[in-house]
Design a protein around this ligand. Sequence first.
Ligand SMILES: [Zn+2]
Length: 73
Amino acid sequence: MRGAHFARKLLEHEHAAVFAAPPRCGRCKGAEIEIRRRQNGTWVWRCYAPACKTTPKGGTNAWTQNIRLGRVR
Ligand SMILES: [Zn+2]
C-alpha cells in the first residue's frame, strides 16, 4: 500500500515538473501557453495568444499539443 502511494506521489511530482516547463507555441513561437485537459483525460498545451488563436474569419483555432507524461515503471 505504501509503495503504491509513493509511486503515485512520484508520478504527480514528475507531472509537476513537466507542467512547470511548457514548450514554445509551435505556430507563433510564443510563450503564452496554458494547460488544458480534454474530455478523454489527455493533457494538452494550448497557446492562448490572441493573435495566434484567432483565425482571419474571427473564429478560434488555438494551437495545441498533447503533453507527454512519463510512464510509471
Ligand atoms: Zn501561438
